[in-house]
Each structure stands twice: as C-alpha cells, then as structure tokens.
Design a protein around this ligand. Structure first.
Ligand code: NAD
Length: 368
C-alpha cells in the first residue's frame, strides 16, 4: 500500500466548496487502488489572516513542508473586502507568492482544453473550435515582475511613485524552456514562444535563451508570437496552438483568457511544479461573487487532483479516468451554472451534484 501526505489548503470564497468535491474524488481513488492519502488540512489565504494574523502561518508552512503534494484552493477577497487586510498581508502577496518562492515552483502548467462535443460551452463559434481546443500554457511562475523588488514612496518632486522591477536570469529562462520543450516533444512537437521583444529587453534575453535551448530539441518546431498578437490569436484561431511558453505575468493574463475561450474559468486546473514538492490549484480566483451558493464549477479543482495523481503519484491511468469521468458528466448533458446558458440544452446542477456524478462515473470504471 502506498501512502501519501497531501496538504489541503481549501482557501477562501468558493475554495472550500470545490475542495470538498476534490476530496470526494481522492476518496474514490483510494477505494480503487492500493493507496492511502493522508489529508492534512491547513489555513491559507484571507481565512488564515483573519484567524492568525498571517496569510501563510507557520503551522501551514510546517504541514506543507512535510507533504508529498499540496492541493490548494483559490484564495482572496473581493476588491472591497481586501482593504480589511494590510497590503503586504493580502492573500497573493502574503501567502501565494511566498508559497511559490518557498517551494520554488517555477513551472506552471495550465491546460486549456475543450473537445468538439462541448463547443456549446464556448463563446466562440463552432467553426473556430473546429475539432476542439487542446493547448497547454507553460508559465514561468517564480520570476519577472511579480517577484522583483518593489518600492513605493514620495519622490523629490513630492509626488507619490511606485517602482517594480522585472528581472530574469538566463538559468530561470533555461529551466522553464526545457519544461516547455519536453512537453512539446510529448505532444504535437510544436512550441509557441510568447514574448514582447519589440519593447521589453527581458524578452530579448528570453528569446536568446529559447534559441539556445531549441538546439537541443531539433524535432520541435518553434513559432514566435508577440504576446499582444497571441491574445488575439487565442480568440480567432486557438486550434493553431499546442504548447505555449511565456513569462510570469503574460501567463497569468493569457491563461485567464484561456478560461474565457472555453466558456468559464471553472474549466481551468493547474499544476505548479518545483524541484521538491509540487502544488496543484485552479487557475482562477476565489470567485467571491458566487461563494457559498453551491453553484461553483469544481472541474478546475478536480482537474487539479488529476494533475496531482499523474505528476506527483505516478497514477497516470487514474488521472485519465478522472478526466474521463468529468467529460462523461458533461456528455450526459449536465453542467454547473457557469456553463449552462439558457437555450443551450444543458441541465444545470450544483457543485455537490457535479462532484457526486463524477464519483459515480469513476466507480463504474474498470479498476486499473
Ligand atoms: P475570479 O477568478 O475569482 O473570478 C472571475 C469570474 O470567474 C467570476 O465571475 C467568478 O464567478 C468566475 N469563476 C471563477 N471560478 C469559477 C468556478 N470554479 N466556477 C464558476 N465560476 C467561476 O477572479 P476575481 O473575481 O478577479 O478575483 C477574486 C479573488 O481571487 C481576488 O482576491 C483575487 O486576488 C483572487 N485570485 C486568487 C488566485 C489564486 O488563488 N491563485 C488567482 C486569481 C485571483
């Protein structure tokens, strides 16, 4: 019997609701396999700040340090509520970035996937979706503007000013490029390098290093795209992309656009991989507008579990079954409110019902 410790950080807003559904799936995986998941819940985000005065308390750090993997729900408050927390303790600056830094999770994989049969979920026309959207955004996660030095103050002229720095060294670029090329090699052998070298010098170095790394992967075709053009192309012809690699902030923004072209951020799971422990989280935020209503889409959280099974526990077959179970629920004509547009013929179900249906499908699948 294999034994894995998972730190479970349910987070804020819809976090606890969708985490509960992900845990149901982990329990079924235990039933079907010789595996035991020891779940260690811990406070993280705004809920942790209100309880302990710290968004990433020491007790949570200790639990994460000892875990084989971390399952993290979204964190954060609405724009207005955020003002209750001092700027440096707010969930992203006080918890999320410190966690990424602590575990050096430099590679963030964000699949953007919609089969042709679910084209009705997307705001794009069926002819644009064609045979389906299936791409992965590979985002550098611990460098760039989000991690550079920051200062705020009053300058010599008496004006308030802010300075944030965007810094990458070649090693940081090289290691994310290797991740992207290796993934491209396993897929369509096509890599879109997203940059802004016509304006940013950081992109000039990014591209130089990319070209050096590319020499080691002659079988992978590289297509260069300016980030602004890539944003348009994601809407106009998303099927041209397979693996897209980009720096931290570009990845943050384009991956939310990825959720947009699918029809909901609720379809966006992710894996954040570092040299030691990895953590898995939906790409989206805590969705305060729908929190506590049992209407959030747990696909992103259950998909993050699937990515955990594959990447952290070598359970590729069961990961595929989890994806298939979720697709099966959609194929039966059900979905949560975010994807059930009036007249679309989709039957609206709650967060809990979605989780129950996934579990039911999974139980019907042949054991691995
Ligand atoms: P958001 O991603 O929380 O929500 C944007 C829209 O998508 C909302 O309409 C929301 O209802 C919808 N949505 C998101 N996830 C959904 C799901 N699973 N099912 C159905 N609908 C879903 O973005 P926001 O409102 O700008 O941010 C809210 C908070 O989340 C902020 O405090 C922000 O800082 C934080 N945030 C956290 C993370 C993270 O934890 N990694 C990422 C992004 C934003």
């Amino acid at each position: 019997m294999k034994h894995y410790k998972i730190a479970v950080l349910a987070g804020d807003g819809i976090g606890p609701e969708i985490t509960q559904e992900a845990i149901k799936v982990l329990k079924v995986i235990e039933e079907r396999n010789a595996v035991k998941f020891e779940l260690a819940p811990a406070l993280f985000g705004a809920c942790a700040y209100f309880e302990t005065g710290d968004a990433f308390p020491q007790a949570t750090q200790d639990i994460c340090d000892q875990a084989d993997a971390i399952l993290k729900g979204p964190i954060g408050l609405s724009h207005e509520q955020s003002k209750q927390i001092p700027i440096d303790k707010q969930p992203e600056r006080g918890a999320l970035l410190p966690m990424r830094r602590r575990y050096n999770t430099y590679a963030n994989f964000r699949p953007v996937s919609l089969p042709k049969s679910l084209a009705h979920f997307s705001p794009l026309k069926p002819e644009i979706i064609g045979e389906g959207i299936d791409l992965v955004i590979v985002r550098e996660l611990v460098g760039g503007l989000y991690f550079g030095d920051k200062e705020m103050g009053v300058n010599d002229k008496g004006l308030r000013y802010v300075r944030e720095t965007l810094e990458y060294d070649e090693e940081q670029i090289r290691r994310i490029m290797h991740e992207a090329f290796k993934l491209a090699r396993k897929r369509r052998k096509l890599l879109h390098n997203i940059h802004k070298s016509n304006v940013l010098k950081s992109s000039v170095l990014w591209n130089e290093v990319m070209e050096e790394v590319a020499l080691e992967y002659p079988d992978v075709e590289v297509v260069n795209f300016l980030v602004d053009a890539a944003a348009t192309a994601l809407c106009l012809k998303p099927t041209q992309f397979d693996v897209m690699v980009m720096e931290n902030m570009f990845g943050d923004i384009l991956s939310d656009q990825g959720g947009g072209i699918l029809g909901s951020l609720g379809l966006m799971p992710s894996a954040c991989i570092g040299p030691d422990v990895a953590y898995y989280e939906p790409s989206h935020g805590s969705a305060p507008d729908i929190a506590g209503k049992n209407i959030a889409n747990p696909y992103s959280m259950i998909g993050s579990v699937a990515m955990m099974l594959e990447n952290s526990f070598d359970m590729e077959r069961e990961a595929k079954n989890v994806w298939a179970a979720m697709q099966g629920v959609f194929a039966d004509g059900y979905s949560t409110a975010d994807l059930s547009r009036p007249g679309s013929g989709v039957t609206m179900i709650s967060t809990v019902e979605f989780g129950d249906k996934v579990v039911e499908k999974l139980r019907q699948m042949p054991k691995v």
